[in-house]
Design a protein around this ligand. Structure first.
Ligand SMILES: *Cc1c(COP(=O)(O)O)cnc(C)c1O
Length: 437
């Protein structure tokens, strides 16, 4: 076995190879490529044999340790793993052939909690070795901002500034962003999500600003957010019953989630097929059919966290399989599900199986259902990436039933929103950042 420490290279190949620490602090490589591990560690036979009896933290630690390559001391890394996965990941049977891996039991009720919690704690460790305070700057259309804010709350040496478009996030999402306080600031931008993103990009490109402060991003291409998303594929396999490996259906937008599952597969986790479930933004099926990839402008759907026309982690899938289109096509199937069918699926699964899907989970369910119609001997599970209450407007309209508010966010609804309103102008953002204590 190759025991040399894993290093990270840029998928564009024009930046130096870096350590886990450096890749986490930088986020994206200077040549605008994505960092990728220079080898994929292989799980041992012993590890797989004892998987079912290991704790969640033990699994997380074993899986992530080679990627961190000693940059965080073992005891500290174990503690980070424990904190990252300190909630449930139940695999629930919906019917005889489809189960649901519920990834919404974390603090902000979406799977992004896992990556955000792990990354924030790593950055907290690394910032201790930094003389300067680290400022995380992030633009959000909803789920990312809340997971990042929550993950970084109270992390010493790190300030978080979140930009969100005024009036364009759901009520639950806005409260999750604006009620935390401490080291988290929410800037309510009088503009769109694209404005927010453009302002953040301008800040990173402004050397006058970056000379004064240490800025980093917490978006999903960061390796410290991407890699820990492997953990719950192992938790699903722990709970999987039956001798045949499962088919796994992943509702996909930027492809970080599915790419983490594929990485676990390449490491030796026993899975069969992967289904990339997309809404009407379906550039991946085009790639599978033609072997060439054509990004498109995103269109708006009811599964809006997947409204991505140019998925940033697509290049990591190519990298993982050395651009071998045949191999990718054998392992991965893809289906595109439109809003009407998504809504129908929510209604049908609720009525027939008494299971409430959110719109993203519904896309995954329908895609897996199509796949299993073609391969009726197989069974599988979906990744249910968010709690339906996060999309209650849509879901309640479809089922005609009010969704019970989960205990964990009931307190949130009575709290007061605290945001700072700014114009959609870079000057306003800069003025705020420069004035920070
Ligand atoms: C972010 C998100 C997705 C898409 O995940 P990717 O890793 O970007 O493919 C799916 N569902 C929900 C609820 C999300 O918040």
């Amino acid at each position: 076995m190759n025991t040399a420490s894993i290093k990270y290279y840029s998928t564009n190949g024009r930046s130096p190879v870096v350590s886990f620490r450096e890749a986490t602090i930088r986020g994206q490589a200077p040549d605008k490529g994505l960092y990728f591990p220079d080898r994929v560690p292989q799980l041992s036979v012993e590890f797989l044999a004892k998987l079912k009896s290991m704790s969640k933290a033990e699994i997380a630690f074993e899986v992530i340790k080679p990627y961190v390559a000693g940059e965080i001391a073992d005891a500290e890394l174990f503690r980070i793993c424990e904190e990252t996965v300190a909630f449930d990941f139940p695999l629930k049977k919906i019917n005889g052939r489809i189960s649901s891996l519920e990834l919404f039991h974390g603090p902000t009720l979406a799977f992004k909690d896992v990556g955000a919690r792990f990354m924030s704690r790593c950055l907290g460790q690394f910032s201790k070795q930094q003389s300067q305070k680290v400022t995380v700057l992030v633009a959000t259309s909803g789920d990312t901002g809340s997971a990042v804010a929550n993950g970084f709350l109270g992390v010493e040496g790190v300030d978080v500034v979140i930009l969100y478009p005024s009036g364009k996030v759901s009520k639950v999402q806005e409260l999750q962003l604006t009620t935390l306080g401490q080291n988290i600031t929410a800037l309510e931008v009088k503009g769109t999500f694209d404005d927010c993103q453009a302002m953040v990009k301008q800040a990173f490109a402004d050397s006058d600003l970056t000379d004064k402060m240490f800025l980093t991003s917490a978006n999903s291409i960061n390796v410290a957010r991407w890699l820990p998303q492997q953990f719950y594929y192992f938790y699903a396999l722990q709970q999987w019953e039956g001798d045949e490996a499962p088919v796994i259906s992943v509702p996909s937008g930027n492809f970080g989630n599915v790419c983490a599952g594929l990485l676990a597969h390449v490491s030796g986790l026993p899975t069969s097929q992967f289904v990339v479930a997309c809404n009407e933004n379906d550039v991946f099926s085009g790639y599978l059919n033609t072997s060439s990839f054509h990004p498109k402008a995103a269109v708006a759907t009811i599964s809006n966290a997947m409204d991505v026309g140019n998925p940033s982690n697509f290049v990591r899938i190519l990298e993982l399989f050395q651009h071998d289109h045949e191999r990718i096509k054998r392992l991965i199937s893809s289906y595109s599900i439109n809003d009407a069918v998504t809504a129908e699926t929510i209604a049908e699964v609720y009525k027939k199986h008494n299971y409430l899907l959110d719109p993203h989970g519904a896309v995954a369910y329908r895609a897996l259902d199509f796949y299993l119609d073609e391969y009726p001997k197989r069974r599988g599970f979906i990744l249910e990436t968010a709690h339906p209450v996060k999309f209650s407007d849509v879901v309640e309209m479809i089922t005609g039933q009010e969704i019970a508010i989960p205990e964990s966010i009931r307190g949130l609804l009575s709290q007061e929103k605290k945001s700072q309103v700014i114009n959609a102008e870079y000057g306003d953002l800069k003025e705020y950042l420069v004035g920070m204590p």
